[in-house]
Design a protein around this ligand. Sequence first.
Ligand code: SF4
Length: 313
Amino acid sequence: MSMIVWDDSPALDVFERILELKKLRNAFILAHNFQSPEIQFVADYVGDALSLSMQAAKVEQPVIVVCGPDFMVENTKILAPDKTVLYANEFARCPMAAMITPKELRALKKVYSDAGVVGYINTSALSKCEMDICCTSSNAVKVIKSLSAQEIIFVPDQNLGFYVKNLVPEKSLILWPGFCSVHQRIRKEDILELSRAHPAAKILVHPECTPEVVELADTVLSTDGIKKYTADPQTQEFIIATEVEVVNTLSDNYPDKMFYPIEKASCQTQKKIKLGHVLEALEEMGPEVNLSDEIIQRAKCPLDRMLAVGRGD
Ligand code: SF4
């Protein structure tokens, strides 16, 4: 692929350069809900992990740039194996995805040999090769209920596991002590303080939060679920217990409503992706995600099974 030489005209700012190059490369940009507003602006599709996966499988353009952490870039390649899939920033690595390794998962499977294996989508491609089915925060309950196995290994997010366990008591879940540090940081006291200040506000909580925070929720939802829920014209005020960027999007979407964020819940992994990275990825056509055909085939099975289950919110 030839390098593009840009006119240095100051009128060609970085946004214009990205949009122009996107056309030239025939590229499609996916961005997660936790990406900054300027990244969301240049993206062709913005959503949560499940909707990004669904979209990845449908993209027609030959090139996809993924503005999200490492596991999302891998998911995109697995679901769109014939496309050139580019990292916006390959150093945006999700710490939770690294909390379970294929070796650890194989060891668990040896101990619980009759158990089904459900893995959060926030895991590496290699870990997915060891799973029966994936799930996201939007469909974890539906996925667990869809399995015939009574005993289920659930990795890596313990908080999501506790949430599911309460809603599906007929199953026995073996949890792994992983967590998302961004949602783990949200404390019960943060919610209570906001609730005292805004007593009419509905409390919307992401299921990666700790059980004591989930307990305070009016409703527990994925980030796309939160976006849908807040469209309800009956409710005007919301406390949003998830990554802070979601609140910026909601405030833009519904300027007449009030949204109260947890300011400290900012994902520094997702924020590692800057406009300059997107531009560079399109200019250089790299870095490209490389997974062997064998890994793609094996990791695709649990993802396809999850997509067949669909959304749960
Ligand atoms: S919000 Fe949590 S799970 Fe998502 S990328 Fe950041 S650290 Fe990983």
